[in-house]
Design a protein around this ligand. Structure first.
Ligand code: G3H
Ligand code: 13P
Ligand code: ZN
Length: 339
């Protein structure tokens, strides 16, 4: 099937009471790992690319790799999503390229660092929603800011989502999905110790879901940072500091409370790096990239297949027929006319 709308994937997940992992990619092996994991577990899936990934792949390689993915895995519903679009132009170029979903992250200004005003966030997000929905494309917005700075993205400051602002934001913008800040952060170093309910504000998620039952909630910074992956990286020459991520059971609690999209990047990076380091350390005579990229791909596939089962999306690939973006566009137009 062709790339599908993320809104449809999340609507189906809400009906089925499960979450859908959104996994970041930068190259062919990562796309292959995710698609193989999706086939192995019969999962619908969201593949997402950041601005950095788009520039690394020069957009065109990414686009054609994704075409190969849908051609080779016709039974898997896949949405292609822009992660952390920093301004409307970035979202518009992704939509024009063929992304079926975009995130307009107006919680930060276009530099991707400075926390933005509520009014700015509403204005840029509304602009993107108008352009996207007229083409059947999904939009994710963000209210509140996550902690953590990854490769220059993020303010480093945490502003937990204010539920009143969240409700107002969704009403004013019409976004399909809302990223909420409730204590997670990007990268490997999220918490100084294993997080408790004091650190992850699950009651915030509960309240926002109660007040916005039709908006799909998104959990960024959802890597679990498995100790065995950190240990493997360090065992073979890495120098990662002790790190704690989001326990899977907390993500599952979030899913019970309306979280439908779960963003994971760091765990994939750890799996890939650990596997490559192991080959380099144990077989220093090897120099064919396939000798280390193949184990890296397998390690990432294993991790993602686990997450697909953890999030509940496993087994749901065949539940529904994909709607075309034209059908999605008609749906948005009909909903707007009914207001
Ligand atoms: O939230 C950020 C994602 O992990 C993507 O990271 O901008 O380094 O590609 P990146
Ligand atoms: P992690 O750094 O926890 O994998 O989060 C990734 C993310 O939120 C991408 O938008
Ligand atoms: Zn993120």
């Amino acid at each position: 099937m062709p790339l599908v709308s993320m809104r449809q994937l999340l609507d189906e997940a809400a009906l089925g009471g499960y979450g859908v992992g959104a996994f970041n990619v930068n190259n062919m092996e990562q796309i292959q790992a995710i698609m193989e994991a999706a086939r192995e577990t019969a999962s619908p899936v969201i593949i997402q690319a950041s601005r950095g990934a788009r520039s690394y792949t020069n957009d065109r390689f990414l686009w054609h790799l994704m075409q190969a993915a849908v051609e080779l895995y016709p039974e898997i519903p896949v949405a292609l999503h822009l992660d952390h679009g920093n301004e409307p132009a970035t979202c518009i170029s992704a939509i024009d390229l063929g992304f079926t979903s975009v995130m307009m992250d107006g919680s930060l200004e276009a530099d991707g660092k400075t926390p933005a005003s509520f009014e700015y966030n509403v204005a840029v997000t509304k602009e993107v929603v108008a352009y996207a929905h007229a083409r059947g494309v999904t939009v994710e917005g963000e209210i509140g800011t996550l902690g953590g700075i990854e490769d220059g993205h993020g303010s480093g400051e945490v502003h937990l989502t204010d539920p009143d602002e969240g409700v107002e934001f969704v009403h004013q913008t019409g976004v399909d999905a809302l990223a909420v800040a409730f204590g997670t952060s990007h990268g490997a170093y999220k918490f100084a110790q294993e997080p408790t309910g004091e650190v992850l504000k699950m009651d915030l998620i509960e309240e926002i879901h109660r007040r916005l039952p039709d908006t799909h909630l998104v959990m960024h910074g959802s890597s679990s940072v498995p100790p065995e992956l950190v240990a493997q990286v360090n065992q073979y020459g890495g120098a990662l500091k002790p790190a704690w991520g989001v326990p899977v059971k907390e993500i599952q609690l979030g899913i019970q409370n309306g979280v439908r999209k779960i963003n994971v990047d760091t765990d994939s990076r750890l799996a890939v790096t650990g596997a490559i380091r192991k080959v380099f350390a144990e077989s220093p005579e090897k120099f064919d990239p396939r000798d280390y990229l193949k184990p890296a791909r397998t390690a990432m596939q294993e991790l993602i297949a686990h997450r697909m089962r953890d999030f509940g999306q496993a087994g749901h690939a065949g539940d529904y027929e994909a709607l075309s973006l034209e059908e999605m566009r008609e749906g948005y137009a009909a909903a707007a006319a009914a207001v």
